[in-house]
Ligand binder design. Structure first.
Ligand code: R5P
Length: 289
């Protein structure tokens, strides 16, 4: 096996290779003046199981092109098999045709990945209507989770936490983290008005005043979900709010907005940022061992 980092996998790939004591190499990836991609392997992959590590944030569409070029090249260079290790994998939220004529992005991307790879590993994929990765991919698909690492962080850093899931889908993360932390959890009710607008409320009557609230979700993108959840919690008298996510996309000045709302934000390093205080390299290395 060889761990090969694509352009946005370096922060994890090297750590993983060290942990499992496997050889490590980085792709050379450049852009031509017209934006075409240049890609080169810097190691011999012949007869090797190649693990391409790429996290999809920023110019995700370029990054997809890059992994397809890399997989095809590895195959051409006679690699034994090719796996994609994607700490964060995109396009999982558009899993159905919400309006006539829309692309079902999840299906499109899964079909492409199936053609180029033998296996895929994803940390906390956003599975909604499609319950498991085997409903999405035809290749062997491994679901990994950062919940234990998030719980370990909470246990170390936050006294008497109460875990809040901002919507029913978040029970998968909030509920699991609460079990690991052995503390209470509540799930809020979210109505999505548009891509940038959500309404959130708590159905139950619970006294959350003076508690250390930890909102746990898989993704923070624009931050609207967390902001609305915090607004509804503040109306119940809550003061201390920490929001923890697996994947900190933080688009459209999300971090500034969350800071202004006095929310302490923490993320894992599936997507590296100043908020990545939880390292999940061992989640990957344990699975690849
Ligand atoms: C959606 O259901 C996800 O679990 C997240 O709640 C959502 O992606 C967060 O997006 P935003 O930060 O833009 O509200």
């Amino acid at each position: 096996m060889i761990i090969v980092s694509c352009s946005q996998g370096k922060h994890l790939a090297k750590k993983v290779a060290n942990k499992i004591k496997k050889p490590y190499s980085e792709l050379t990836v450049k852009k031509f003046p017209d934006n075409e991609i240049y890609l080169k392997f810097n190691t011999n992959v012949k007869n090797k199981k190649v693990m391409l590590v790429q996290s999809f944030y920023g110019d995700i569409n370029d990054l997809i092109t890059e992994v397809l070029f890399a997989a095809d090249t590895a195959k051409d260079l006679k690699a034994k098999s090719i796996a994609l290790v994607a700490p964060y994998f995109p396009y999982l939220r558009q899993d159905k045709r919400f309006k006539p004529g829309e692309a079902v992005s999840l299906k499109v991307i899964a079909d492409i990945i199936d053609k180029f790879f033998d296996e895929i590993y994803i940390i906390d994929p956003h599975l909604h209507r499609e319950r498991t990765l085997s409903h999405i991919f035809k290749i062997k698909a491994h679901k990994l989770s950062a919940c234990k690492e998030i719980a370990d962080y909470i246990k170390k850093k936050i006294k008497n936490p109460i875990i809040i899931g901002p919507d029913w889908e978040s029970y998968k993360w909030a509920g699991k983290v609460a079990i690991y932390c052995r503390c209470m959890s509540y799930i809020l009710k979210k109505e999505r008005v548009s891509a940038r607008k959500v309404k959130i409320s708590l159905n139950k009557k619970v006294n959350l005043k003076e508690k250390n609230i930890v909102i746990v979700d898989d993704i923070i993108s624009t931050g609207h979900t967390i902001l609305q959840a915090a607004k509804s919690l503040r109306s119940l008298g809550v003061k201390n709010i920490t929001a923890i996510c697996v994947h900190g996309i933080f688009s459209e000045n999300a971090l500034q907005k969350l800071k202004k709302a006095n929310i302490n934000v923490i993320a894992t390093n599936t997507i590296p940022s100043s908020k990545s205080k939880i390292d999940i390299s061992s989640v990957i290395s344990e699975r690849l061992r």
